[in-house]
Design a protein around this ligand. Structure first.
Ligand SMILES: [Zn+2]
Length: 419
């Protein structure tokens, strides 16, 4: 790589030293953000979170704006922060919602605990820890007088598809930037430069509710649902057989059945309705479409055999895949900064989940994910983030901005410098 390492030497040490010395600021911030239970679904305490984060950004010296997303209750807010007006060199896109805590926690998920160099609490890895790293990077940059145009967004609803968060933000052109990074829990040794396509379905089978003693000729919706679910299982089995030994691993199509299911209302009532969800993941949209088509064919045949069967399929979410090439200047810049911070090259991998980054890429803004959290810890009980990883991520983010700022000063765009 021919790269003028403008932040190396003394400047780099100064930057890293400042990040290290402000570690407590970041730990306190991460804990205070975790304490606000922004649980989604349904989308709780968003206003309180945004007010808190807005105050913190303004304390750092950023100009802020809160946008209320037009949608049903509960209210949704997007927080924007920037150092200057106009198009930013780099944008940090964060989501502030967290998944419900679930059970099996050894402590209150919203009262963070610091132990063994880790912060424990819901959202610590995904992604309030990452938000704190970005805030620390901004704090240090502003203290060093590096005030190039940098922006940040904090949006809700990523955990339920991002329609009323990142999608609204991007489609309404509320962010103007050259490139974007998401501090999602990729781990500090890894860059997510691509993510899978996803399709979420809700399958409903309708019968007629009646007394369980009088069920002669009516369809039991639960029994109908089992027949339909069996067809999904058959498709899944066929895919598994086909993929075995060839495209197993991140490339494989994954189908999760029954994430949520429901049926009937009482033991002595024939269920009139039964539903189950399906989650399909694939590297390509074509992979998802092939599964959809196969399912439609099978259900059609099922209905031909049993005309009483009423099946309705509702699309809950459709997320397209994206890839930012490893040779892309944004990937090169991030790779370079990680190497400069940690002395080792990161890996480029595909995020197994879907990312808000897809909305940016679709709109022509290159966006990848790199953050301090761990995917294994995310969404699980006793979620945690390693404090040293928060520090490392903050250094990497600050270094990215420094490189971009320096290259702008020299009137040569960084994108042409990295090769
Ligand atoms: Zn996340």
């Amino acid at each position: 790589m021919s790269y003028h390492s403008i932040s190396s030497g003394d400047k780099c040490l100064e930057l890293f030293g400042k990040v290290e010395r402000s570690k407590d600021y970041m730990i306190n911030l991460a804990c205070s953000l975790i304490k606000i239970p922004t649980i989604n679904p349904p989308g709780l305490n968003y206003e309180e979170f945004v007010e808190n984060a807005q105050t913190r950004l303004e304390e750092l010296g950023l100009k802020t704006q809160v946008i209320k997303v037009p949608c049903d209750f509960p209210d949704r807010y997007i927080l924007l922060g920037r150092t200057e007006k106009g198009k930013s060199l780099i944008h940090f896109h964060c989501h502030y919602d967290v998944v419900p805590s679930g059970d099996e926690w050894g402590f209150d998920p919203f009262t963070p605990i610091i132990r063994d160099g880790k912060i424990f609490g819901r959202g610590s890895s995904d992604m309030k820890g990452g938000i704190a790293s970005v805030f620390l990077a901004l704090k240090v940059l502003l203290e060093l007088g590096i005030e190039e145009n940098v922006s940040i967004s904090l949006t809700p609803d990523e955990e339920t598809g991002g329609q009323t968060g990142a999608k609204y933000l991007v489609e309404n052109r509320l962010v103007k930037t050259e490139m974007a990074v998401m501090p999602e829990p990729s781990g500090i040794y890894n860059i997510w430069n691509s993510s899978k396509a996803a399709l979420w379905l809700k399958v409903a089978v309708c019968g007629r509710q009646s007394h369980s003693a009088l069920q002669s000729n009516i369809l039991n919706a639960f029994e109908g649902m089992l027949k339909v679910a069996l067809e999904f299982m058959n498709v899944k089995e066929e895919i598994n057989k086909r993929d075995l030994g060839s495209i197993r691993g991140p490339e494989a199509i994954l189908i999760n059945l029954g994430g949520i299911c429901s049926s009937g209302s009482a033991v002595n009532v024939v269920p009139g309705n039964a539903t189950f969800t399906v989650d399909i993941r694939s590297m390509t949209e074509e992979g998802i479409e092939a599964v959809e088509l196969e399912i439609q064919n099978r259900i059609r045949k099922l209905k031909e055999k049993d005309p009483k069967l009423k099946v309705y399929i509702k699309k809950l979410l459709k997320a397209h895949a994206f890839t930012v090439r490893e040779e892309h200047p944004l990937c090169k810049l991030l790779e370079h900064c990680i190497k400069e911070t940690m002395g080792m090259k990161p890996k480029f991998t595909t995020c197994p989940g879907f990312l808000d980054a897809r909305f940016f890429n679709k709109a022509g803004i290159p966006c990848i994910a790199y953050g301090p959290g761990l995917l294994e810890a995310s969404h699980s009980s006793n979620e945690f983030v390693i404090i040293e990883h928060l520090v490392t991520a903050a250094k990497v983010y600050a270094l990215m901005v420094t490189h971009l700022a320096n290259s702008k000063c020299r009137k040569k765009h960084v994108l042409h410098q990295i090769s």
